[in-house]
Design a protein around this ligand. Sequence first.
Ligand code: SF4
Length: 323
Amino acid sequence: MIDYDQKATSVKTQVFPWESTLPYNAYKDYLKQRFGGRIQKVSVDAGFTCPNRDGSKAYGGCTYCNNLSFVPPYCEPVMSIAEQVEAGVNFVGRRYKVNQFMVYFQAYSNTYAPLSYLKGLYEQALAHPQVMGLAIGTRPDCVDEEKIAYLEELARDYFISIEYGVESIYDKTLERLNRGHTFQEWAEAVEMTAGRGIHICTHVILGLPGESKEEMLHTAEVLSRYPIGSIKLHHLHIVKKTQLAAEYKKNPFPVLGYAEYLDLVVEFLQRLRPDIRIQRLVGETHPRHLLAPLWNVGASTVQQDIVKRMKDRDAWQGKLYRP
Ligand code: SF4
């Protein structure tokens, strides 16, 4: 933990407890340190669905969900996982000049199948000699003790990260979004996974309808009480052809402006436990899929603007965190 008394008065001369001059604990720096160099994610689409879409929890999915808006073009569920990994490694490796990869099971709920089936998929991915680990995106209600015990076993030899979307800590919001699970279910999944060598990431959306600024900032304080290793922050995207887009067109609700989002993230990070690594600071949707907000700013600009604001305000991750 940070010794707050040791903090320098100016963030520009700050020696952070993490390996970076950034005012937050960047996940990519952690990976670089752990793997002795850069590692790049390769996304695969294993053709999963989700209990919130197939009727076992609900039909239609979360009101904001359109998975097609974030699946990279080299992912084709008609190809086997081994073929997708090979294609992704070649494409991403050439593009970023890297030779270590993590396979990202991204689309829909990637633990939503019997364990024997999951094993076949994960082991195909790990069979590639340049693959160091897996990142598995899923819902908190799609894991159980048996699956976690298997991931724990894999984590003895590979880096295994599980991403539990929570999006909001407020059940009123989860209900409004038709998430089909409660915050308590997320907390139970995190507790079941913690302490077993598996990295736990969670996803949060800022700017959800019906949540006040205070509620969004309180989210950082609440999540800091749980044993999560990293977090992805997104701003609410209203993606075309979703239930949320239909609601927004019928009855427009306020969405975050660009400056407002930057301020919110700066405040959020200051309340977040300092050892939680930051995987993402903003959501990305291809402009052709996006209805609102239309900022016309790329993710790297958002990141630079957040860092600048933090430095200008002498702010850093965890500055306002109190255990
Ligand atoms: S849980 Fe994920 S995949 Fe399922 S509907 Fe919601 S956002 Fe989409």
